[in-house]
Each structure stands twice: as C-alpha cells, then as structure tokens.
Design a protein around this ligand. Sequence first.
Ligand code: MN
Length: 200
Amino acid sequence: MAQYTLPDLPYDYGDLAPAISGEIMELHHDKHHAAYVKGTNDTLDQLAEARDNGALGGLVGLEKTLAFNLSGHKLHSIFWTNLSPEGGDRPDGELADRIVEDFGSFDAFKSQLTTATAAVQGSGWGVLAHDPLGDRLIVTQVYDHHGNVGVDTTPLLVFDAWEHAYYLQYKNVRPDYVSELWNIVNWQNVAERYTAATAK
Ligand code: MN
C-alpha cells in the first residue's frame, strides 16, 4: 500500500530569510508538515484495521482526521514550491493576463489574497485557485486545511496563515508576514500550476 512521504524543501531552511527565518522553516517542515504526513498514514492504517475488523463505529472521526491531515500535507507540499529565495515581483505571460481578466488588475488580486490570508479567523490559508467548471481564477479562504474549500478547485498559490508559520518571527502581526510573503513568491511555479490546471 502506498505511503505518503515528506518532500524535501527545494532550498535550505535559512534561504527564505529575512521573509521567513530558518528556525521557522525547520520547525514548520520537519515537525508540523511531518506530523500531517504521519497523521495521514496512521489514519489510513486505522481505517484499514477498522474495515478488516468490521468495526466502523469510529468512522466519522477517522474521516475528519484523514481530511485534516491529507489536506495539510498537500497544502504544505504546494506552499514550499510556491516560495523561492529568488521570488517576488509579479507574474508575466498567460497567468498575468488571466489575473487581470478575472480580478481586474494584479493589485486588486494582491489586495484580495492579502486580506483573505491576513483575515483568516483562527488557523487557515489564503488561496489562489483555478475553478475548472467556470474556467476562472478565484481567491478563497481555507479554514484549518480543509474547511470552506470549493470542491474540485485547484490551488495554485497558497499562503499559510497558521500561527506556526510566522509567530516566532512576527508575533501577533500577521499582516507583516503576509506582506513579506509576496517578496518570495515563485511565480514560475505558480504559472506551471496554472498551465497544468487549465490543460486538464
Ligand atoms: Mn503550516
């Protein structure tokens, strides 16, 4: 049976500083993301055991735990590749054109994703996603890792708004962290995700 595995970071822990400190990156990847991977595998094992034993009384809780951990694993896997020490500036090409088409301007889009991320109540994410049904880009607020998600939308750019993502460095000032994230966005990665999503 396939096991989920923790992907390596595509850069060193300290490479995203000063936007994100190496201490945060190491804890975030090696402890938090790793826990979601383990949680996914462990929950699938428990589900298999429950099936084998015909003991599905705890199914509702296990399904919630699976959704939480698997979504956390996926979002973090996207988040690391969405960032780069050489990131920042703005997208160009088709992605840039589509952002203007669907949000009015890059600045309007940036303002919406910034606010969506900074204004998450509790723990969650700000997300730029592609919706295949309308073939358009949308900004969404995801709660925890899996709440308030538009079904079947494809995340292209995800901003982690959990306190573990910034608190050691930014304390309670989440907007300053979000502002710094824009300086390390790997637009080439976002554009590749856009191309793959729209090619489906
Ligand atoms: Mn996180």
